[in-house]
Design a binder for this molecule. Structure first.
Ligand code: ATR
Length: 498
């Protein structure tokens, strides 16, 4: 399969500004799409001069409002502008499916300009997408382009099927929006002549990222059908740090692999996507950590005990359908960061207070108890503290005077797992009545803000503190080991990055 090209869509209001954007990203791109529908009117008479300003192949596009662009004048004027434009040295011109002027198309071809014949669907992935792509070209040599916006994971799967059905032909085929994002990265393995990207803050279409992220973080130019695919499923998911942890890790150990965010609304449908892309492993985040369990063929004790799973690894076998094993690395990651800080190989005999009794606390208490720690759980809703304590044979109390008193006996380590202290509640402290003595190690799993009120108070009293990002990194490092069989290669580097 041919390597896909990186096309920077430029959407500035003047040709000069567009040129500056191109120069800035010159090393990360192969070609440019001039979105002339974004230009000031005064610039339009000079369209033909633009290709001479750069050495890259350029696509001329004047996108109508109805196709997601900005051009609102009549069709005759658009044709005139395109006609003037191609007096310059454009390599491609983008004409929509409903552009039916054959004489104009012949003129363009005579000038040696290649036609990209496009259609856009912002409402979803049409059921007859393959048929439409195959019928797009209106004359030999035209390059068909379809940009469609999946509205669900099942539509992503439909789009993937379409790559397979149109495997034999040159085309541009891309999924827009958050659901479609992985297709923008996997072009060289799925089969799309190019991918589009935009400068930061100037996205020309839903889901564009900047060229440097494309080449440096996702290593777009190295992706091939042989590249292993990993990822994270969630809803929402695009904000997650995980690609910034795993992709640089893969690069450093020389693994031909990419880690992508998958916006998922149905795990059942995602499992079909996973099978199609031969996904080797994936992280699981909110709201799928519980529901994923029914799709696992094997479950680690960390999953059965906590009733939540954040890591899925595909078994290494040719078995069809693929078999998946689930692990929960939240607790393990939490404890690894703790042991590293305490410089201990076990937590045997240490007395720990855990504030909170929700999902995060459950994973943490399981891991603490497995390491031999003695745990007190204190929580606002006392019966939740009791219920969790019963499962793991711990002590429990309310988030009240009784709890504060008991904390005195469980104060080697204090772990904070509630949302108190997290933005927008950053002025809150879950245990304002507890006075730190200075010997406690205090670990707050909130990572926004980095220094919570509780941690500030603990640090002032001379306690050793551990930031929430350590748990985030800790669980990712364990995942990396499960995905690759190797230790994460640059823990210090990624810590600084985060
Ligand atoms: P997570 O999966 O992130 O742990 P969760 O399961 O909703 O989220 O649990 C949230 C935890 O924060 C619970 O322990 C909750 O206490 P309750 O069980 O009493 O609800 C705790 N929490 C949330 N808001 C709180 C508040 N304002 N004061 C005290 N505890 C709070």
């Amino acid at each position: 399969m041919k390597k896909s090209l990186i096309c920077l869509a430029v959407t500035e209001t003047t040709l000069g500004k567009n040129l500056n954007t191109i120069l800035k990203y010159r090393n990360s791109i192969d070609m440019v799409e001039l979105r002339a529908d974004f230009l000031d009117k005064a610039e339009l008479p000079f369209l033909h001069k633009f290709p001479r300003m750069t050495d890259l192949p350029i696509i001329l596009t004047i996108r109508k409002k109805t196709d997601g662009g900005k051009f609102v004048s009549d069709e005759r004027q658009r044709r005139q502008l395109l006609g003037n434009g191609i007096q310059g040295n454009y390599s491609y011109i983008d004409l929509e499916e409903d552009f039916t002027d054959n004489d104009f198309s012949k003129r363009i071809k005579k000038k040696g300009v290649k036609i990209i014949r496009s259609f856009h669907d912002f409402s979803g992935v049409p059921h007859d997408l393959s048929r439409r792509i195959k019928a797009l070209a209106k004359s030999p040599g035209e390059l068909p382009k379809a940009a469609v916006m999946p509205q669900s994971t099942s539509e992503v799967y439909r789009l993937l099927q379409c790559y397979k059905e149109c495997d034999h032909m040159d085309k541009i085929l891309l999924g827009m929006g958050t659901f479609g994002f992985p297709t923008r990265i996997l072009c060289s393995s799925l089969g799309s002549y190019l991918t589009y990207c935009s400068a930061p803050g100037a996205s020309a279409a839903p889901g564009h990222i900047d060229p440097v992220t494309l080449t440096d973080l996702y290593r777009f130019r190295e992706i091939s059908p042989k590249t292993f695919v990993y990822g994270i499923i969630g809803n929402p998911v695009m904000h997650t740090f995980s690609p910034c942890i795993h992709n640089p890790g893969f690069a450093r150990i020389g693994l031909d692999a990419v880690y992508l965010p998958f916006h998922v609304d149905s795990i059942k449908d995602f499992m079909e996507v996973a099978e199609f892309l031969d996904i080797r492993g994936f992280s699981v985040t909110i709201p799928h950590k519980e529901n994923i369990i029914q799709f696992l063929d094997k479950k680690d004790q960390s999953v059965t005990q906590v009733a939540a799973c954040n890591t899925v690894v595909k078994e290494e076998s040719t078995h069809k359908p693929a078999r998946y094993c689930g692990v929960n690395t939240d607790g393990i990651g939490f404890v690894e960061a703790l042991k590293e800080r305490l410089n201990k190989t076990s937590l045997d005999g240490l007395k720990v207070t855990t504030i909170g009794a929700g999902g995060a606390a459950k994973a943490i208490v399981f891991a603490l108890v497995s390491e031999g720690a003695e745990v007190l759980i204190i929580n606002r809703t006392v019966h939740r503290a009791e219920k969790l304590a019963d499962s793991f044979h711990c002590a429990w109390a309310g988030l009240d005077d009784d709890g504060l008193l008991k904390m005195q006996d469980y104060s080697d380590i204090i772990v904070q797992t509630t949302s108190l202290g997290m933005e927008p509640n950053s002025n809150m402290d879950p245990v304002p009545g507890y006075t730190f003595k200075g010997h406690e190690t205090v670990y707050d799993i909130v990572y926004k803000p980095e220094m919570t009120l509780l941690l500030k108070r603990a640090q002032k009293a001379g306690c050793s503190i551990i930031l929430g990002k350590e748990m985030l990194l800790g669980q990712a490092f364990v995942q990396f080991r499960l995905f690759t069989g190797k230790e994460y290669p640059d823990k210090a580097g990624v810590r600084i990055l985060l």
